[in-house]
Design a protein around this ligand. Structure first.
Ligand SMILES: [Zn+2]
Length: 296
């Protein structure tokens, strides 16, 4: 049986709800519900969900509960932010103060615990308790219903949390988990992780003599390190490509007779332009070892 979930974003449109510390309740509750709905869609199946308002519409309390009743929802969650004084703080939930069944009490227990735990990942949060009240949203709705008051917009420290998108996301997702747990929604099957088919390549270290981690070539006498970009030049092939700063090029011979100073293999040369390259000669011990390696 497909479960039906009604999310109430609280306030909206011309009714901003509580205002404080640069925040509007209607904006925060919109975000929390959007995070909740996205999380449910991503992780569970077997349900349909909708929100009393999609965006910033103005809805009366009756319009909200009428929608939930008309859709014959299994649960209704009304999301709010509290406001009182700058020192008021904490999280609380409400169910109707009379004629509530065991299911409603169970739902409040599950939802309250999920949200409080998620909030406490961000710091100390007062538990104001699982309360009962004569509130329209929980009174006029025919299904299991719970209203959450997610911290105080009037408290600067709690407003700081409410300004943190990661906090709103965590609170929204906790609402979703609470609903999923209560309705026993099946978890979406995650795509099976394919086992790593390619075994991790072991680092293959070739035999040879290494100069600063780079294997030396046969006949190498030095290296040029490129300090400024300049072309790799082939007088014969009449073509070149640009060398980049930091490139390290193997040198086989130094041609003293023209300005193509460094012969770097394949008929290519790197000019010894002052300030563009830095030449380094192979250190004696490496030179001997390299000769021994190639010449046996
Ligand atoms: Zn409110």
């Amino acid at each position: 049986m497909t479960k039906i979930i009604e999310w109430d974003k609280g306030h909206g449109g011309i009714d901003p709800g509580a205002i404080g510390n640069g925040l509007l309740e209607k904006v925060l509750t919109h975000k929390i519900v959007e995070y909740a709905m996205a999380y449910l869609s991503a992780n569970y199946t077997g349900f349909k969900q909708s929100a009393t308002r999609k965006g910033d519409q103005t809805l009366s309390l009756n319009q909200r509960t009428d929608k939930a009743n008309r859709e014959d929802a299994d649960v209704l969650v009304s999301v709010h932010i509290n406001s009182l004084s700058s020192s008021s703080k904490g999280f609380e939930t409400f169910i109707y103060n009379r004629n509530v069944g065991d299911a409603t009490i169970a739902f409040q227990n599950i939802l309250h615990a999920e949200i409080l735990a998620a909030m406490r990942e961000f710091g100390e949060i007062d538990d104001r308790g699982k309360k009962r009240g004569n509130l329209h949203m929980v009174r006029e709705s025919k299904m299991v219903a719970c209203l959450t008051e997610n911290l105080f917009i009037s408290n600067p420290a709690e407003a700081k949390l409410l300004k943190d998108e990661a906090f709103l996301k965590a609170v929204g997702e906790a609402h979703a988990r609470g609903v999923a747990k209560f309705l026993k929604l099946p978890a979406k099957k995650k795509p099976v992780q394919k086992p790593e088919t390619k075994p991790k390549e072991e680092e293959i270290v070739e035999d040879g003599v290494y100069w600063d981690g780079k294997k030396m070539a046969k006949g190498q006498i030095g290296r040029v390190i490129i300090l400024k970009s300049l072309p790799l030049w082939s007088p014969e092939k009449k073509k070149h490509r640009a060398l980049s700063v930091g490139d390290v090029i193997t040198v086989y011979r130094i041609n003293e007779t023209d300005n193509y100073k460094y012969e770097v293999g394949g008929g290519y040369t790197v000019s010894n332009v002052n300030g563009y390259v830095k030449y380094e000669q192979v250190p004696d011990d490496l030179n001997e070892a390299n000769e021994a390696f190639y010449n046996g």
